[in-house]
Write a protein that binds this ligand. Structure first.
Ligand SMILES: [Cu+2]
Length: 127
């Protein structure tokens, strides 16, 4: 009987322990203009969760095209990706936010698929 009480008390203690809150995503804003990324050098820490917020301040549609990076990152909401998971499309005047966990260390290419010819390119560095 005592044994049973102890077991019950143990269960209650476990249930009463506060749930540790998950680390909130680190906000990271990248602005898209005609035709650049601001900033065009994005530095992330491997394994950190980010809320990548893309704002299109331009008059043209822009794309955050980073196939290797988006494939390597952990992205719960894959439906936010376009063109086979290679990019995030942002219409002019609109924004998009995607939560992702940065992949392993490395350097990943970034372009706007429509305006790379005009120098709309960047680099994503994970350290
Ligand atoms: Cu563009």
């Amino acid at each position: 009987m005592v044994n049973r009480w102890l077991r019950l008390a143990g269960v209650s203690l476990v249930l009463a322990m506060p749930v540790r809150a998950a680390t909130p995503p680190v906000p990271l804003t990248v602005v898209m203009v005609d035709d650049r990324f601001e900033p065009d050098r994005i530095v992330l820490h491997a394994g950190q969760t980010y809320a990548l917020h893309l704002e299109n301040h331009g008059k043209d549609m822009h794309e955050f095209t980073a196939p290797a990076f988006l494939k390597a990152a952990t992205i719960p909401d894959k439906h936010l990706l376009s063109n086979g998971g290679t990019d995030i499309v942002v219409q002019p005047g609109k924004s998009a936010t995607i939560v992702l966990i940065a992949p392993g260390k490395g350097e990943y290419g970034l372009v706007c698929a429509d305006h790379d010819w005009d120098g709309m390119t960047g680099t994503i560095i994970v350290d």
